[in-house]
Design a binder for this molecule. Structure first.
Ligand code: HSE
Length: 427
């Protein structure tokens, strides 16, 4: 039986979950995988945490060199998160020939090329299934289950915190701040929740997934990003009345060699399967030219679900004779023409305006002047003394055109304020 020595860098939420799976299932892996996976070293400052998990303290240290220089350790699983010290440690370990397993999507999205080069230099493996969509095996699906296809589209909910917040706001009318606090208490928000609510976490994941799907480096700066911190319960409720549910979606498409990648809040029809993905769950549609749609659904965060993906990668790495390489990661030049930045969407626009003769006519004139076609207009709670909410839904319009239209509208006498501009997806 093959024996594999593993080191765990950090014993936080996911590190702890991984330790639990590896120790509980060690005998099971011997029987089913013909592998004896032994946790030989753990890098962790918090001794109380190690004791809580029942770790033998003789394998705990804070010395990365002791891990890198240990010839019995073949695989290192990293749980620090963020850029440093993870980046420095991983480069050192990869160059020393240790295979790396990680959930660190920020590090991958920003430094994949550099990590890939270090792995090549050390002839080491680099595995990151846990970096995207937690316990859902999306990377393996893209790279090993769909390689017969040209992948045309990725569309889904890939951040549990924002989905939890939007679901709470929609289902219970919970205020944004309260829903965020509750997501943090439940342990699926990032340490700094800005990464979740402003869409950075989803953008990191979309950059990684799109690169793998389209065999081309999709740098983070080519992923359009908008978060949910300005979303109000009012718009979620109006959307519901119009038959739509609000989600933070990550969408990327590859058409005729051009890639469009974006993360933003968007209304989807309430009958769409993504509309019923509730709480901290994640769900992703992958579309291939041969297989058509595949939908993956499951827990995108948490100790055991993400630990499940880490352990799967450890076993995968242990069995691989030759590490995988992604040649497209070596491209240094990115051609701007390969990416679409000014993409088109339908839009939901809510304004408040004076309830008096001619206001709506002037607004409609601005839409017309900018060639924006209106699909519906709803004026609510008409009251001559106050400004009233008016909701417009447009047909597919470029981002630049909507920005210009909204800017012109905001200057119009009679328009009190532009309250919300939210994209709408129909399919
Ligand atoms: N904060 C992330 C989420 C955890 O909410 O989905 C997994 O990346």
């Amino acid at each position: 039986m093959k024996k594999i020595g593993v080191a765990l860098l950090g014993l936080g939420t996911v590190g702890g979950g991984t330790y639990e799976i590896l120790t509980k299932n060690r005998e099971y892996f011997k029987k089913t995988q013909n592998l004896d996976v032994e946790v030989m070293q753990i890098l962790e400052k918090n001794i109380k945490r190690c004791e809580e998990l029942g770790v033998d303290l003789s394998i705990v240290s804070t010395d990365i060199d002791a891990v890198v220089n240990n010839p019995n350790i073949k695989i290192i699983a990293e749980f620090f998160g963020g850029i440093e010290p993870a980046r420095t440690f991983l480069i050192k370990a990869l160059e020393a020939g240790k295979s790396i397993v990680t959930a660190n999507k920020e590090l991958f999205a920003k430094h994949w090329t550099e990590l890939e080069a270090a792995a090549k230099k050390g002839n080491a493996g680099l595995y990151f299934e846990a970096s995207c969509v937690g316990g859902v095996p999306i990377i393996r699906t893209l790279t090993e289950g769909m390689q017969g296809n040209h992948i045309l589209q990725i569309k889904g909910i890939i951040n549990g915190t924002t989905n939890y917040i939007l679901s709470s706001m929609s289902e219970s009318g919970t205020a944004y701040e309260d829903a965020l606090k509750s997501a943090q208490e439940l342990g699926f928000a990032e340490l700094d929740p800005t990464a979740d609510v402003e869409g950075f976490d989803a953008a990191y994941k979309l950059s990684i997934l799109s690169s793998l799907a389209y065999h081309k480096r999709v740098p983070l700066e080519k992923v359009f990003r908008e978060g949910i911190s300005d979303i109000s319960v009012c718009d979620i409720n109006i959307g519901k009345e119009l038959g739509m549910t609000l989600k933070l979606l990550a969408i990327s498409k590859c058409k005729n060699g051009k890639i469009e990648a974006r993360v933003h809040p968007v209304f989807v029809p309430s009958t769409h399967p993504l509309a019923s993905v509730s709480g901290s769950f994640n769900a992703v549609f992958l579309n291939g030219d041969a297989v058509d749609d595949i939908m993956l659904y499951g827990r995108g965060a948490g100790a055991l679900p993400t630990g499940s993906a880490i352990v799967s990668d450890i076993i995968f790495a242990a069995k691989k004779e030759t590490p995988d390489r992604y040649p497209f990661m070596e491209e240094t030049e990115i051609n701007d023409n390969d990416f679409i930045s000014d993409f088109s969407s339908k839009y939901y626009i809510r304004i408040t305006a004076n309830d008096e003769e001619g206001t709506l006519g002037k607004i409609a004139n601005i839409f017309g002047k900018n060639n924006v076609n209106l699909l519906s207009v709803v004026q609510r709670n008409s009251n001559k003394l106050h400004s009233v909410p008016i909701v417009f839904v447009t047909s597919a319009t470029k981002t630049s055109t909507i920005k210009k239209t909204v800017a012109e509208m905001s200057k119009l006498a009679g328009v009190d304020a532009i309250r919300a501009v939210i994209r709408v997806e129909e399919d």
